[in-house]
Write a protein that binds this ligand. Structure first.
Ligand code: GCV
Length: 720
């Protein structure tokens, strides 16, 4: 069977388009299939498109199909008013369209919900056809992208029978974009939103962004930085926001805004933003009504409150529930929601930073309104290359819990380094919290099924900017793609998604697939190896977060590296067991038991939970110090292997993307070497042990690495 698909893939390999390619088209390239026979086959399967509906969304679906099928088959595809007497057809129809009447669909459509679709091969009066059926027009658009994906990934079009609906209702990108167009932690150019030009000029890029999002099922976009600017809530800016919402609407995408908690004071001169104050409540109610008058499908507010200097309800002695509920009450009549972030911690707090969010939020379980979701980062610290799952997942059964993932690679090498993040997302989604017994995965917590919650939300912090290829690193487009696919269906595998994305982005070239998919799949673990292996965390450089900084020990303690790695003459790592900070107490007994002892803790979380002696012999047979050194070396070796593998693809990939990635891999090797040498030299001061055989000696001394300075790293707030 595998052989058969392989053969099909080879046969359907795209006509190698080796001219320069700037990556703008993302995975929606639609280059012609490789041979005339394949193009003819596609034409035979779909000779024309029939779409009885005429909404803006249906128009977008038809336009995409014409663009896609036309491109892939090399010939324009007609749009017809009715199913033709002769020739195969592609019919797009919602449940109430008469065109479905004499066709037998496998099941009725009720199961598909508002956004799902069914794609099925059918026969009518001896004619063969394909039907995309849905309850709503947006399902037809999602189904159209799914059908195109089938062709782009070289799947057969005969006997089609696919049905799909999203597991999570609200699937958002969170842009940390400032109104100045800088992007916090964004490393792919400026913000896409041209605020000064809006609402009058709308760059075509907005629509291409919306197409890409819809193609993977993303249905919400929070436009502005969570470190919020109240200006976006003024009439002048709401008019601009409305213009963007108008572009996104046909693609099923709602806009959300970040609400600065002190906005009533800043914009209306109120002397308080106390959520229980009547004037404050009235102000928000009026503001929300004003927003809905302009944007009837406005999604709601995303709020960062009482965190890293942002204002919030605690400034008035109120708690997070009181703050969130005040906004929720204003939004509820309009079907809007509040996404309230749980990323809170305080410099003055003596408690282990990773325990603080749980301590604040868990006691509030059951106190939030039904239209509030608490948005929790995947781990309890801050998007590290690896963290254990956040203990709040599973600990608030009476509350809607949303998952926040990061696409932008703040701690994984920005858009300079290759890190395909779907394996990280998958690891988080599949983690068992044991909250309601075995099988209580994070995926089930956030899709609401575990404790029957009615609102489900997932967010990804965008890695998108004005760079021509959108994401800076040409291969980082895969993270946008993968996030959307997993948000739609958290049960997909990262491997399958990598394969899909590679086929779509490199025109079904099997040589590229054979090389690139394993590279993508290994990349996140490789970054872990050469930067923060064995559960190390937060040992990056100060402020801009690029490169190593295990020596950082000045400034706010919980922003230093020494707070986290705790290296001393005895060993390395943060003791979070009952003997230490006892962060373990926040997890279910099954996880606690697993992580309480060094012997049973997975090596990839070892130093997160334990302070381990340098000469402690691990189950690999190596003592800690040697294992640490081997992992750093392994990371460097992997990057070198990719460079070689990528070089073998020269001539198989267009020159522009080939050269860009080749240069970035070279830089990644340099960076990996720097991480290895700097960190090992630094920890060697404590371990007092030689590097084991097979680990390369550093080219410089520790002082050299400590003196290296990166200036103006893109996305760094203090440089913006
Ligand atoms: C938007 C980290 C980042 C900040 C970011 C913050 C957050 O601290 O370094 O830039 O601010 O997370 O998620 O709110």
């Amino acid at each position: 069977m595998k052989q058969f698909f392989r053969l099909l893939l080879v046969l359907m390999a795209g006509a190698a388009s080796l001219h320069a390619d700037d990556g703008y088209r993302l995975w929606l390239r639609y280059e012609p299939l490789a041979t005339q026979a394949q193009r003819d086959y596609l034409r035979e399967q779909i000779a024309c498109i029939v779409a009885p509906g005429s909404s803006p969304t249906v128009e977008k679906a038809v336009a995409e199909l014409q663009r896609g099928l036309g491109g892939l088959s090399g010939q324009p595809v007609d749009l017809r008013a009715a199913v033709p007497e002769l020739g195969s057809f592609l019919l797009l129809a919602t449940a109430d369209d008469e065109a479905l009447d004499d066709l037998e669909l496998a099941d009725d459509l009720d199961e598909l919900g508002p956004e799902g679709y069914r794609i099925q091969s059918v026969e009518r009066d001896g004619q063969t056809g394909i039907v995309i059926a849905a309850n709503r027009d947006i399902g037809l658009l999602y189904g159209s992208f799914a059908l195109l994906r089938e062709v782009q990934t070289a799947h057969s079009l005969s006997h089609l029978d696919l049905a799909s609906k999203p597991h999570i209702q609200r699937r958002l990108l969170n842009h940390w974009d400032n109104l100045t167009r800088t992007v916090e932690r964004g490393t792919a150019g400026q913000s896409l939103w041209e605020w000064f030009q809006l609402p009058d000029y709308r760059t075509p890029r907005y629509e291409d962004y919306a197409r890409a999002c819809a193609s993977v099922g993303i249905n919400g976009v929070s436009l502005t930085n969570v470190n919020a600017d109240a200006l976006v809530l003024t009439p002048q800016y709401l008019e601009k926001v409305a213009a963007l919402a108008d572009v996104f609407r046909p693609y099923g995408i709602r806009v959300y805004l970040t609400a600065r908690f002190s906005a009533p004071m800043e914009l209306a001169g109120l002397d308080t933003a106390d959520p229980l104050d009547d004037d404050v409540r009235d102000w928000w109610q009026d503001k929300v009504s004003e927003i809905y008058a302009r944007i009837p499908d406005f999604g709601g507010f995303l709020v960062k409150a009482n965190s890293e200097g942002q204002p919030g309800p605690q400034d008035y002695g109120r708690n997070h529930a009181e703050g969130a509920n005040m906004l929720a009450d204003a939004l509820a009549p309009h079907d809007g929601i509040v996404i309230w972030r749980a990323f809170v911690y305080a410099a003055e707090e003596q408690e282990d930073r990773v325990k603080q969010a749980y301590n604040e939020f868990q006691p509030l379980d059951g106190q939030f309104r039904d239209n509030v979701a608490i948005q929790i980062k995947n781990g309890p610290l801050d998007f590290m290359p690896r963290e254990p799952v956040h203990p709040l997942f599973g600990a608030m059964p009476e509350t809607n819990l949303a998952l926040e993932l990061q696409l932008t690679q703040e701690y994984l090498g920005t858009s300079v380094q290759l890190a395909y993040l779907a394996p990280l997302y998958e690891e988080v989604l599949d983690t068992d919290t044991f909250a309601e017994g075995p099988g209580s995965t994070v995926a089930k917590v956030i899709d609401g099924s575990l404790t029957d919650r009615k609102l489900s939300v997932i967010s990804g912090v965008a890695n998108i900017g004005t760079d021509r290829n959108w994401t800076g690193h040409p291969l980082a487009q895969s993270n946008w793609y993968a996030y959307g696919r997993l948000a739609w269906n958290p049960e997909l595998s990262s491997d399958q998604i990598a394969q899909e994305w590679t086929r779509m982005s490199f025109d079904r070239n099997p040589a590229v697939e054979d090389t690139l998919v394993p590279m993508l799949m290994a990349s996140r673990e490789t970054v872990v190896d050469y930067s923060m292996p064995l559960g190390l965390h937060h040992i990056m450089a100060w402020d801009h977060h690029y490169g190593p900084g295990p020596w950082v020990d000045q400034g706010r303690p919980d922003w230093t590296a020494t707070y986290y790695h705790r290296a001393d003459r005895e060993g390395l790592g943060f003791d979070r067991t009952s003997q230490g900070s006892n962060a373990l107490e926040q997890y279910a007994p099954e996880l606690r038991q697993r992580w309480e002892r060094i012997e049973t803790t997975p090596l990839n979380l070892l130093l997160w939970f334990h302070h381990v002696p340098w000469d402690y012999r691990l189950r690999t047979g190596n003592i800690l110090w040697d294992e640490l050194a081997y992992r750093y070396q392994r990371g460097v070796d992997a990057v070198r292997e990719w460079e070689q593998a990528w070089a073998d693809l020269q001539g198989q990939i267009d020159a522009q993307r080939y050269a860009h990635v080749a240069a970035l891999l070279k830089r990644q090797e340099k960076d990996a070497v720097q991480w290895r040498d700097a960190v090992l030299l630094y920890f060697q001061q404590f371990s007092q042990r030689p590097l084991p055989a097979g680990v390369e000696a550093p080219a410089h001394d520790l002082e050299y690495y400590q003196n290296l300075q990166e200036h103006y790293v893109p996305g760094t707030p203090s440089h913006q």
